[in-house]
Each structure stands twice: as C-alpha cells, then as structure tokens.
Design a protein around this ligand. Structure first.
Ligand code: NCD
Length: 304
C-alpha cells in the first residue's frame, strides 16, 4: 500500500506515468465511469476548500465510487478533541482511501502511520500540496511536452504557499530547468524546500516586471492571509504583485501563466482572455489527475 503525502513520494518516472495515465482518462472519461465501483473515498477537510475537495469527490463519483466525509470541521468529532490519528483509524473501517486537508503541517503523515488504507495529502498547513502539483505539472506538460530547459518564475507567497513547495520538489529533478523565485524577502521559500538544489539554477528577486520577459512559466500565488500571525504584516505585504494585461505585453508569446487558485488580486481578470492565461485549464486537468491517482493508489489502474 502506498500513500501520497509529499511530492517526493513519487519518483520523476512515476510522476510522468501518472500524468500520462491522467491524459488517457481525459481522452475517454466515459470509459472510466465504473472504474471505482464499490469503493469509498473519505474526504476529510479540516480546512476550507472548494476546488480540491469538490474535484476529489467528483473524481470518485464519476468513476462510480462513493464519498463520505466532512467539509466543515465543526461537524466532526475533532470538535470534541479527537486526534486526527483516531479519526483516521475509524475512517479506515468505513472507506478504501482518504483525502485529507489539515491546517497543521505533517498531520497526513501521522494519519498515514495508523491507517489501513491509502492516505492522500490534500494540503497540510504551509507544508505541501502534492495533488495540486500534479495539476500544475499536467498543465506544463500539456503546453511544453517536457519539463527540461524551462525558466519557471514563481511569484507571491513562497513562504506559506504549500503548492510552491511541492512544485519545486516536482521540477527539481529536471536539471536544466531554472527557477526565478519572486517574493519580498519576508515571504521567501524556506531553505528546507531548496535542499539539494544547485544554487546556479536559482535566482531570488523581489521584482516581477523585471523578470517577466524571461519566463516560460509564471506561477502566481495568493498571499496566504490565514497563515499570518500578524495581520498588519499581511496588509503590508499584500497587493504587491498584480499581473495584468498591460504587464503581459512584456511576456513571451508562448509562455503560460498558472495559479493554483483561488486568486485574490494577484491576477487581474482583464487578462483572463489572454491565450497565455492557463489557470482555468489547469484546474480542469486537476480533476483527471485526481482520478488517475485514486485508481493508482487503489491498485485499479488500467488503460481502458
Ligand atoms: C491552494 C491551497 O489550498 O494551498 N488552493 C488549492 O488547493 N488549489 C492555494 C491557495 O489556497 O492559495
């Protein structure tokens, strides 16, 4: 049995084969309509979510499976003080696979340690969000057909943005890809997520406009308001990066703009109709990636 707790649980080969499998499902989704018949997904969201939760649940339902769980922690026994591990022990009895989001980093790992069924990390605090990265990589692969040789700009809250940490882990093995990490110094990527990365592949900059013309991929992120202890600090740092139609004139014609969503003000809606705005397409791909992942972890993977 395997879990997906952090991106590095997947080797680059496994990641690529999972993306290929997801592409196969996208080509003929109807063929998978009973692929998970009789299986149950437990969807445990201890933190707010729209896309991630609904796409996991919808992925399972569209493969003929069922879903149990909660979207609001106030309706679960966590409210009475139950530990996530105990919740997971119980859920292992009722279901075949778990997707969990939790505000405290590494909680999915603790749950997996006592679980009889596969556990998927759907976002743990400011640590990782590996299934969002599947969607990010799916979009990049769709657009460029490969991951090498790209200049990837990641902009915004690189400290608390868990999707950023997983994305760096996913792209790190592709040695010819360079990162331009664009943030104020206070929101820089914590060193632990850059461990082992050759410094020559990394540029740190506070300036989006200066770096924009160089980028093949621009990954914009929201300043993660809910992770700040000090709201004055949030207000000081928010609103700093706003990508819009005007700025996009300086970007390459064949680059793409990604965002894990939800956006606040960092991407102006005036550029949604730009052919380089890929963030909604990216969200669509997430659905097929989650179908592929559920099938793989349940041992049901097959090309139909
Ligand atoms: C992200 C998350 O939850 O980390 N959202 C998502 O799942 N697509 C990004 C964010 O909330 O900013």
């Amino acid at each position: 049995m395997r879990h997906l707790l952090k991106l590095s649980d997947l080797s680059p080969e496994e990641l690529l084969s999972l993306l290929n499998f997801a592409k196969g499902i996208r080509r003929r989704p109807a063929d998978y309509s009973s692929a998970c018949a009789g299986k149950v997904l437990a969807s445990l969201f201890f933190e707010p979510s729209t896309r991630t939760r609904l796409s996991f649940e919808s992925a399972m339902l569209r493969m003929g499976g069922n879903v149990v769980g909660f979207a609001d922690v106030s309706s679960s026994s966590a409210q009475k003080g139950e530990s996530p591990e105990d919740t997971c022990r119980m859920v292992s009895i009722y279901s075949d696979i778990v997707a969990v989001r939790h505000p405290v980093a590494h909680t999915p790992e603790k749950m997996a340690a006592v679980s009889r069924i596969p556990v998927i990390n759907a976002g743990d605090g400011a640590n990782e969000h590996p299934t969002q990265t599947l969607a990010d990589m799916f979009a990049i692969h769709d657009r460029f057909g490969a991951f090498g040789g790209l200049t990837v700009g990641i902009c915004g809250d690189l400290k608390y943005g868990r999707t950023v940490h997983s994305l760096i882990a996913a792209l790190a093995p592709f040695a010819s890809t360079r990162f331009i990490l664009i943030s104020p110094p206070e929101l820089a990527v914590p060193g632990e997520y850059l461990d082992g990365l050759d410094g020559r592949r990394l540029i740190f900059s506070p300036d989006l406009e200066k770096n924009l013309p160089e980028l093949d991929v621009l990954y914009m992120t929201r300043i993660q308001k809910e992770r700040f202890q000090d709201y004055a600090e949030y207000h000081r740092l928010s609103g700093r990066y706003i990508l819009n139609k005007e700025k996009m004139r300086r970007a390459k014609k064949n680059m793409i703009v990604l965002h894990p969503l939800p956006r606040v003000d960092e991407i102006s809606p005036d550029m949604d109709d730009d052919s380089r705005a890929w963030y909604f397409k990216q969200a669509e791909g997430a659905f097929f990636c989650r179908m592929a992942l559920i099938m793989r972890l349940l041992g049901l993977e097959r090309e139909i």
